[in-house]
Ligand binder design. Structure first.
Ligand SMILES: [Zn+2]
Length: 229
């Protein structure tokens, strides 16, 4: 039976970094995947937030998000405009409400979100908001909750500062890796040069290493937060 899947990400590119191959694999299986991106991206690079001045960059990001959606086969991608890298200045309830609204609309069985221990504050806030929005009350459609890693955030947290990313759920993306690579390349402005952790080379190494950990060509790794069967 086709599944309904919701990916909740902080920034345009996180959905591909964290679970692009898995999105493509869901799409290949006939599942309906919706992507919700809450923070606008780009404006954290300014001294002071100015959406007007970042207009070109924001529309390029929105275009990249659409391109990536098409490459991966997701049904929809929605970009909200919460302030980039400033989700700690937003009431958590406002984030929870947005996520709850999408859960009510799409009735997802599977939800993907950021790891709780990332360096990036937006990632951590969204993790908390999704855990709240997915609390297992009667009638909750979400039956599987997984957190993904984002290279250049999940592995940058010093030991003892936050929970380390210790995956216990792996998705074989050997067949989907070329599409993940293409979707990453669509986010050209967010990619960095090797040996940055968010370079295409590093991301391929990560996919291959996650694959090697479970004996396949390429994989994405997750932490299973809850499963109801
Ligand atoms: Zn991010």
């Amino acid at each position: 039976m086709a599944d309904s899947v919701l990916v909740v990400a902080a920034h345009p590119d996180d959905e591909v970094l964290g679970c692009g191959g898995t999105i493509a694999r869901h799409a290949d299986a006939g599942d309906r995947v919706q992507v919700l991106i809450l923070a606008e991206g780009a404006t954290s690079r300014q001294l002071q937030r100015d959406r007007g001045q970042a207009g070109d960059e924001l529309s390029a990001l929105a275009q990249a998000a659409q391109q990536a959606r098409v490459i991966l086969g997701a049904q929809g991608v929605e970009l909200l405009d919460f302030p980039d890298n400033r989700l700690d200045s937003v009431d958590r309830l406002d984030l929870v409400k947005q996520i709850e609204e999408r859960i009510a609309r799409y009735q997802p069985h599977v939800v993907y979100v950021h790891h709780a221990g990332d360096v990036n504050v937006d990632h951590r806030r969204l993790h908390e908001a999704v855990v709240t929005a997915c609390r297992p009350t009667p009638g909750q459609p979400v039956r599987r909750l997984l957190s993904f890693e984002v290279a250049s955030s999940s592995e940058w947290q010093p030991p003892g500062s936050a929970p380390p990313f210790q995956p216990n759920w792996f998705v074989d993306i050997s067949a989907q890796w070329p599409r993940k690579r293409e979707a990453l390349a669509a986010y050209d402005s967010e990619m960095r040069l090797w040996p940055h952790a968010r370079s295409l080379e590093a991301l391929e190494h990560l996919a291959r290493w996650r694959g090697a950990q479970v004996g396949v060509d390429a994989a994405e790794a997750f932490c299973l937060l809850r499963q109801l069967v």
